[in-house]
Write a protein that binds this ligand. Structure first.
Ligand SMILES: Cc1cc2nc3c(=O)[nH]c(=O)nc-3n(C[C@H](O)[C@H](O)[C@H](O)COP(=O)(O)O)c2cc1C
Length: 294
């Protein structure tokens, strides 16, 4: 495995930060205190060595430190306001988001973290509202055929998910995609360490960045259900073999504006005190099983 780990000896001040911060011990100092890639099989390609070097002396996988972005401080109040003000948008303008904005969103997605830095996510974008219109027609028509079969069954189970929308769907209303002009489907290799988490993190980043760019988004469980019900939909979206669709997000210019943040009820927050840790924490056997049952 060649990571093309290179140190510019002229610039390196032998501070050792890259070796200390390497999460897997792949990089160590040689006898002259110069960092070397000692254990390449351990390297996750996370680029911490590259990012931490105060001198820009390290290159890995052919990356040039001069082409990285500087790290700026962000205003935490603005970040919090972005989080507080995002809403699920179900009324979109029927027009295309500009190519430039979609490119920005795609470029941002490359920074989304993945377990063990597997970095193998796949994104299927519907970037044209006409394609989306075609898709919603096809999905509605397919759902309508299922309603005609009585009872509405899938793999021997009665499906209730769309039952309550039967009339609307038969009327041609887009209950599934909410007339959104765009959609992104994230998928991950089934055998990657954290496929579900990786995909959901990526879409969480997507949602916030899209909102900061003035767009509206919607996590779309219904579209996800359609993907599971109809594997041919995965083919249509060109989800690669060996990948699982993780989730679907609709996006576009919002047709509505919210005037204030909501006021959510607080979740449960507990603080673990030190004396609790001093208990024999492995004794509480009856909980262990149930903790993992859904
Ligand atoms: C995982 C997930 C799936 C969702 N699926 C749908 C969906 O299929 N259709 C829909 O209209 N809303 C969907 N929603 C939106 C939720 O109903 C919404 O997040 C919730 O009502 C809170 O409103 P807010 O997002 O505006 O704060 C989904 C949300 C999440 C987090």
């Amino acid at each position: 495995m060649n990571h093309k780990f290179q140190v510019d000896i002229e610039k390196c001040i032998k501070c050792g930060l890259c070796t200390v911060d390497c999460p897997t011990g792949a990089i160590v100092k040689d006898e002259n205190n110069v960092p070397i890639m000692k254990n390449p099989l351990n390297c996750m390609k996370c680029q911490h060595c590259f990012a931490i070097c105060p001198q820009g002396a390290i290159s890995i996988m052919g990356k040039n430190p001069d082409e990285s972005n500087e790290i700026r401080n962000v205003n935490p109040d603005d970040v919090l306001n972005l989080i507080q003000s995002r809403r699920s948008v179900r009324h979109f303008k029927h027009d295309n988001v500009s190519k430039e904005i979609i490119e920005k969103l795609k470029n941002m997605l490359n920074y989304s973290p993945t377990g063990k830095n597997s970095h193998a996510l796949h994104f299927s974008f519907v970037e044209n509202v006409d394609v989306m219109d075609d898709l919603r027609k096809k999905v509605n028509a397919k759902l309508a055929t299922l309603f005609n079969k009585k009872p509405f069954e899938f793999l021997g189970k009665k499906i209730n998910k769309f039952d309550k929308h039967k009339d609307a769907i038969l009327n041609g209303e887009d209950v599934i995609f909410r007339n959104a002009p765009h959609m992104v489907v994230v998928s991950a290799p089934v055998n990657s360490p954290c496929p579900q988490q990786d995909g959901v993190i990526a879409l969480s980043y997507f949602e916030l960045y899209a909102n900061s760019l003035g767009l509206g988004t919607l996590w779309c469980g219904y579209a996800q259900a359609i993907l599971k019900m109809f594997p041919s939909f995965c083919e249509y979206l060109r989800i690669p073999e060996g990948y699982m669709p993780v989730y679907v997000m609709l996006f576009g210019n919002s047709a509505i504006n919210y005037k204030r943040t909501i006021q959510p009820n607080p979740y449960q927050f507990i603080t673990i005190e030190k004396q609790e840790l001093e208990k024999d924490i492995w004794k509480n056997i009856k909980r262990t099983f149930w903790n993992f049952i859904r």
